[in-house]
Design a protein around this ligand. Structure first.
Ligand SMILES: [Zn+2]
Length: 485
């Protein structure tokens, strides 16, 4: 059997329009641009969820987020592609530091090695028989423990940011030396430091996923990376004000062009910072593999810079969050197509990876392999993208108990948004209004019926699959690989 390798690099909150190959005026990621020159870039790639949990659920299960029991924690009935790879004898390695993607949320399934930056491990919560603890007390203890673990996981991310800020502000000269050995939560140097020796020594077929968090807010890149972007650096005092005041409480401040530009310089600096570490990864891949190695670089969602009165990434489904970069490089192979304009989505990642390894794609997967597009082929489907999540008052929620459906349906040049919380519907013509500023919603609009019907049949599927999974869990008889959606 030919040994093959797939490397999936995901960069949290990376907007495509901040990369030169997507038309940005700055070359934020020169090493990435150089590497992907030999591959294919996708001009119209979209996430199926506007924040980490819904987006990664789509990547790993090739199912839309609300289907089959939701997305966070990842339901056990949702089959992940690493599970299939492992079953097929391929070694699977995952490394990241986003608490939303930890073992706690079921993302470890199918990985031989899974490093998730989780500093706190769950200990089995044994009932104290000696003290004759009542079942109720045990139950209460369990809930308290759950909340504690969750708080600790979130702290893991905040702790990482604190460490990063401390090192970059107080000890900039030591940052590059210390971070590779700082497992408090994994940063680009730490991830690279772990992955490179592993790659050097690994000889079998492999799937490797590395997720980089450094572009995620707060934005506080080393000065040397800011100076790659801008002629002047931004002081620590101003960085703190931008990250802690403007970004977190934008409605208490006037968001001027100058303020936005400075935040974007810091964001771009973080891209440049990751890029400098990606160069080591690309170098070793190019040296080690002359062929049979597919490298996919993408993001889970974008980042809002106040286009619709918000920063960050949650609670909205506008294109500043839904558009993502996507590059595929088949090392050593001169793919026919360098730029693909077809509409593609995160649910296509898993089928692409299985297809590359020659593994059959389960019927339950909703996406399609993108490999034919690299050779000038077509996808047999219409250009419709559903992106969705749960939210309440503009904040991300993990399930229907705590939040309301927020659904975007993109079809041809139209985009329809439905917000269950206030039963609001929006309609945009993306050709004449790409910034989604003019709501064309009108009951008389003939195209509205078609988009509403897509929403209704999708939600019917959400209900059906969720009910089916409840029943099948109870009787334990359904092979989820064969469930056709
Ligand atoms: Zn994310």
């Amino acid at each position: 059997m030919v040994q093959k390798c797939v490397i999936l690099v995901t960069i949290d909150a990376l907007r495509p329009d901040h990369l030169k190959s997507y038309g940005y005026h700055r070359n934020t990621a020169p090493n990435l641009e150089k590497f992907v020159k030999n591959g294919t870039s996708f001009s119209n790639a979209f996430t199926n969820g506007p924040e980490t949990p819904s987006a990664f659920s789509s990547i790993f299960t090739s199912m839309l987020p609300l289907i089959n029991g939701g997305f966070s924690p990842l339901p056990s009935q949702k089959l992940t592609f690493p599970q299939i790879l492992k079953e097929s004898g391929i070694f699977t390695y995952g490394i990241h530091s986003n608490p939303n993607l930890s073992k706690f949320f079921n993302y470890h399934r199918g990985f031989d090695v899974f490093l998730d930056g989780e500093r706190f491990k769950e200990h089995p919560n044994k009932p104290d028989n000696e003290e004759k603890t009542s079942n109720l007390l045990h139950f209460i203890k369990k809930i308290l423990n759950y909340q504690k673990i969750f708080r600790r996981l979130i702290y893991g991310l905040r702790g990482f940011n604190k460490l990063k800020n401390f090192l970059r502000n107080k000890l900039p000269f030591l940052t590059d030396i210390l971070l590779p050995f700082a497992p408090i939560a994994y940063n680009a140097p730490y991830i690279t430091n772990k992955v490179l020796p592993f790659l050097k020594n690994h000889t079998e077929s492999l799937f490797l996923w590395a997720h980089f968090m450094d572009v995620h807010s707060p934005f506080n890149p080393p000065s040397k990376n800011v100076l790659q972007i801008s002629h002047v650096d931004i002081s620590n005092q101003e960085r703190n004000f931008l990250n802690n005041n403007i970004y977190r409480n934008p409605h208490k401040h006037r968001i001027s062009k100058d303020v936005l530009e400075k935040l974007k310089i810091l964001y771009d600096g973080e891209i440049n910072y990751i890029d400098s570490y990606l160069s080591y990864l690309f170098k070793i891949l190019s040296q080690k593999y002359q062929k049979n190695c597919l490298v996919i670089v993408t993001s889970d969602h974008g980042e809002a810079f106040f286009e619709h009165d918000k920063f960050f990434h949650q609670g909205i489904v506008y294109d500043e969050l839904l558009r993502i970069p996507l590059f595929i490089v088949d090392i050593g192979k001169n793919t026919l197509v360098r730029r693909v304009n077809n509409t593609v989505q995160l649910i296509d990642i898993a089928p692409t990876i299985l297809d590359y390894f020659g593994i059959p794609i389960p019927d339950s997967f909703q996406g399609s392999s993108l490999l034919p597009l690299l050779e000038g082929g077509f996808l047999e489907r219409d250009d419709c993208v559903i992106s969705e999540t749960y939210q309440k008052d503009g904040l991300m929620k993990r399930n229907s108990k705590n939040g309301f459906q927020l659904i975007s349906i993109r079809k041809n040049q139209l985009k329809y948004i439905y917000n269950e919380q206030n039963n609001a519907e929006l309609l945009f013509d993306l050709k004449s209004d790409p910034e989604e500023k003019i709501n064309l919603f009108n009951e008389e609009n003939p195209q509205l019926t078609q988009l509403r019907n897509i929403r209704k049949s999708h939600l019917k599927e959400v209900t059906l699959t969720t009910e089916l999974s409840k029943i099948s869990k109870a009787i334990g008889q359904v092979d989820f690989k064969k469930v056709k959606l």
